[in-house]
Structures are given as C-alpha cells and as structure tokens.
Design a protein around this ligand. Structure first.
Ligand code: AMP
Length: 498
C-alpha cells in the first residue's frame, strides 16, 4: 500500500479496529471507524475519477456532517489539499477564495449550487447536504481507492485565516504539520480509545477539524458528533462522555443551564477551551459548578496548537500553560528575545508551524522567519514558572499620547468590578492623543453606571491608561469561534472623538 503520511496514520486505528464505534449522532445509527474510512476511500475514488491530481485543492463549503469528515479524509487520501470554507461566507466572499485557490473540485450545499456554479466554472462541482445526500453521494460507488502517495511535507490542507486585517490569507498546512500536532495533543491530553469526546465545534476551522477530529481518529476515541453547538445536546451527551473541546462561549452558555451539576459531569475527565480567551471568572464558576478545572490551550490556524495547560499539574486560569512538547516559544521585543515577566510578540517554531501563505510570498516572508520562527502577532508574557499568558493581539495594542496600553490589563481591571460581565478595550482615533482608550462594557444588571466604572479606573490606573469613554452594551460582537470582534467595535465607534 502506498504511504500517505497523514491519511495512513489517521486510518491506522480504524484499519485495526474496524468494528469499533466512531460516531454517535442524534437520531442516526452509530457509525464505526471501519465504515468511516471505507467511505473516505470511496470519496477518494470519486475525487480521483473527477480528475483530482496530487496537490489539487478540494474546496468545500458544506454543513457539518460525518459525510463532510469523510470528504476531508477522502480529499487527503486522493492526494488533494482540503480547503474548508466557513458556511457563513457569502457568494462575493467565496468568489475571492475560489479565484485565489483555483480548486479542481468544489463541494457546496445543494441550496447554494446555482449561486456557486458560476464562481467555480473551471472546477467540477458536487453538492453535499447536511444529511449526507447530494451529487457527491450519488457519485460514490463501492470502489474504494488506495491512498495516493504523499510525503510529510506535502500539503494536506489550506485554511483561510479569519482575516481581521486586510485580505484573508490561505495557511498551507502539510501532512506532518497536522499529524505531528494531533499526536502531540493525543499524548499530552492522554486521549485513548476509551474516551468519548463531545464534538460540537464547526469543522471548517482548525479547532473542530484538526484538534477535535484528528485527535479522536488517532486515539480511537468515540465522538458524540453534533451538527452544531446545542447546550441541550451537550447536556444529554455528558453522562456518557469523557471529554469536551469547546470555545469559551460553550462554557458560558452551559453555565447558564441549571442542569450543569457535579453529577452531570461525573463521567467527564477533561474540559478543554481555546480559540479565544477564557475569562478567569468562567474558569472559576466552572470549577464551582462541576468540580473540574477547564484546561485552556492556545493555537492558531497557521500553527495548530502551541501551548497547553498541563493535564497533570496546575491548570492556571487566565494562562494558556506551557509550550507543547516539540514547540519552541519565545517573547520578542524590538531588540530580540525578552526575559520572563516582559510583554512582547509571541513567536513559535516546530513541526506544527505551517508552510507559508498560499501565493503570498511577501506575506509569508513578513511573518515566517527563514530559521522557522513564526511571528504570531499575539502579545504575550511568560511568568517565572513558565506559564504563558496572551495579553492581546499586536494590532489591538493602543498607543495613546505615545504610551503603549495593553487592552488586557484594563479589561482585567474592569471585569473584576462587581456588576461587570465582561469588557473589551479598544483604541479609537483621537485628535490630541493619536488614539484614545475606549472601554466597551457589558453590565450584569442596571445597578452599575459608566461613572462607577470610570471612578474605579481613575483610582487604579495611570492617567494615560484610563478610558476616555466608557460605553455600555448588552453584549460584545463575537464570531462563530467566540472571538470578540474588536475590529467591528473600532469601526462602529471610529468617529467617537472626531
Ligand atoms: P484562529 O487562527 O482563528 O484559530 O485564531 C487564532 C488566534 O486566536 C490566536 O492568534 C489568538 O489571538 C487567539 N487565541 C486562540 N486561543 C486562545 C486562547 N486560549 N487565549 C487567547 N487567545 C487565543
């Protein structure tokens, strides 16, 4: 059999244990590991028949389904480069991705076929609905292809970054980027075939697609496979599950549910959070309610996972733990690496780090150093015991009257005020100061006023750090991965001082 670096490794457990259950889905029959990989090899045969050559992109914008997971595996097995796209993207957004990536196959939801067909004229177009039906299913026969030979450094996937500044960039991920990181996480988080993972994340993003899916496949863990995050389904699944991977919003939503108790979580061994900062308050409330300390980790599309709080040992709230085995991490200042206790830009190096941005050599050169260090753009700090904390995105740094203000410091102070649920601190163009500090605050109830918050800020913060305006909002704008959209806030309030 030919060696396909990622597929062969992901298929190893399934080939040895074909009858073991892989996925449980509400209202559907359980599906085995063997069936999942047999289907993936059938998809691979169909893609090869459609003309997919090694390195060709297979672009996919479909609802989350097990068939979509089989499509991911089938695309990799066929030697293709899997390119998942957020289901929220509109036709005009898709036009950019498809013209940039020039896929040879595009798979979309049947409801969008007529809209997408003109954007994919040079590609073969298939459809795949959330229930697994569509022209892709129609094209499958019993013929199952052997994986096409691909090496460790060949591309397995391109994931477009969320593009908070400028155009979205296609992060090129190799077979070994994906395999090595999944193997590291399986070992670090001690996943085994006895685990049952609640999989409620989207699979167009690195978290749900690679962290959750690959770790489960590699370790032989069963998954409760949910098409979307529904607190009711998670609560129903928890007594028969052992692990949950989620974004912070999962945890805050579950905390709102009275059914969340230590008994409900008594079979669980691990709650993992990432993709956006987990509030210390959420961490503490989760422990009070369930007896479990959430394990927070840090990663990004370009690098897979970089750091994690320890499995055994102290999971420290507000930190993202230590660099994972095989990952080097440093904090860079203007003159070079900084000692612990100082804030700088986080850089990482290791087999997890991507191969560059698709067709953007200048962008790649700006962010990926020749010696392999990737400049993450995240501002961070390492304390004396080695725990890493994220202080914010570099571009969120506020420079007011020539002084640097780290939003996280002010957010932490505001979040600690009685009656504050959460906050986001941004810089807005200011005629005198260059940028003025603005705090957007979500109060818990009506008892708190902006003046109260201003009073506390005035008492505790140097004058230049004090918000020049405090705005109360019922909630912060967030994307599907739970990230606060500071860019949207900056746009909304762009003219606040002018
Ligand atoms: P993405 O490429 O969509 O996964 O976004 C990656 C970015 O999410 C990182 O560069 C960080 O800014 C942020 N991020 C991911 N995990 C965490 C975390 N645990 N705490 C704070 N920020 C995080």
């Amino acid at each position: 059999m030919s060696e396909n670096h990622l597929f062969s490794r992901l298929a190893a457990y399934a080939d040895a244990n074909p009858d073991k259950t892989f996925a449980l889905r509400p209202g559907r029959e359980p599906q085995s590991f063997g069936q999942t990989f047999h289907n993936a090899r059938r998809v691979s045969a169909a893609l090869l028949a459609a003309g997919v050559q090694p390195g060709d992109r297979v672009a996919v914008q479909v609802e989350k389904s097990l068939e979509a997971v089989e499509l991911y595996l089938g695309a990799v097995a066929a030697g293709g480069v899997f390119l998942p796209l957020n289901t929220a993207y509109t036709a005009s957004e898709l036009e950019y991705f498809l013209s940039d990536a020039t896929p040879s196959v595009v798979v979309c939801d049947p409801s969008r076929e007529t809209e997408i067909a003109p954007l994919a004229e040079t590609a073969q177009l298939f459809t795949l609905a959330g229930d697994g039906t569509g022209t892709l299913a129609d094209a499958l026969t019993e013929a199952a292809a052997e994986p096409v030979s691909r090496g460790a450094d060949d591309l397995a996937a391109i994931l477009y970054t969320s593009g908070t500044t400028g155009r979205s960039k296609g992060a090129m991920l190799s077979h070994d980027n994906l395999f090595s990181n999944s193997a590291t996480l399986r070992d670090y988080w001690q996943f085994t075939e006895n685990d049952v993972l609640i999989h409620a994340l989207p699979i167009f993003h690195t978290h749900g697609l690679f962290v959750a899916t690959n770790v489960a496949l590699l370790s032989g863990a069963k998954v409760h496979f949910h098409a979307a995050f529904k607190p009711d389904l998670v609560i129903e699944a928890m007594p028969s599950a052992t692990a949950l991977m989620g974004v912070p919003t999962f945890y805050t939503r579950l905390l709102d549910d009275a059914r969340l108790t230590p008994e409900l979580a008594s079979n669980m061994r691990l709650f993992i959070s990432g993709s956006a900062p987990l509030l210390v308050d959420t961490h503490e409330r989760w422990e009070e309610r369930t007896g479990h300390r959430i394990l927070e980790r840090y990663g990004m599309t370009e690098t897979n996972m970089n750091t994690s709080n320890p499995y055994d040992g102290e999971r420290r709230a507000g930190t993202v733990g230590f660099p994972l085995p095989g990952v080097e991490l440093r904090v860079m200042g203007a003159e070079g690496p900084l000692p612990s206790g100082e804030i700088g830009v986080l850089e990482v190096r290791g087999s997890n780090v991507f191969k560059g941005y698709w067709q953007m050599p200048e962008k790649t050169a700006e962010e990926l150093r020749l010696d392999g260090w990737f400049i993450t753009g995240d501002l961070g700090i390492i304390d004396e015991s080695g725990y890493v904390s994220i202080v914010g995105r570099g571009k969120d740094l506020i420079i007011t009257g020539g002084f640097n203000v780290y939003p996280k410091e002010i957010e932490a102070l505001i979040d600690d005020i009685e009656g504050v649920l959460e906050s986001a601190v941004i810089g807005i163009a200011h005629p005198d100061f260059g940028e003025g500090v603005v705090a957007v605050v979500v109060p818990e109830n009506d008892s708190l006023t902006p003046d109260d918050v201003q009073g506390i800020a005035a008492e505790k913060l140097a004058k230049f750090k004090q918000p020049k305006q405090i705005l109360f909002l019922p909630e912060l704008p967030r994307n599907t991965m739970g990230k606060v959209q500071k860019k949207a806030l900056r746009e909304t309030y762009a003219n606040l001082f002018t």
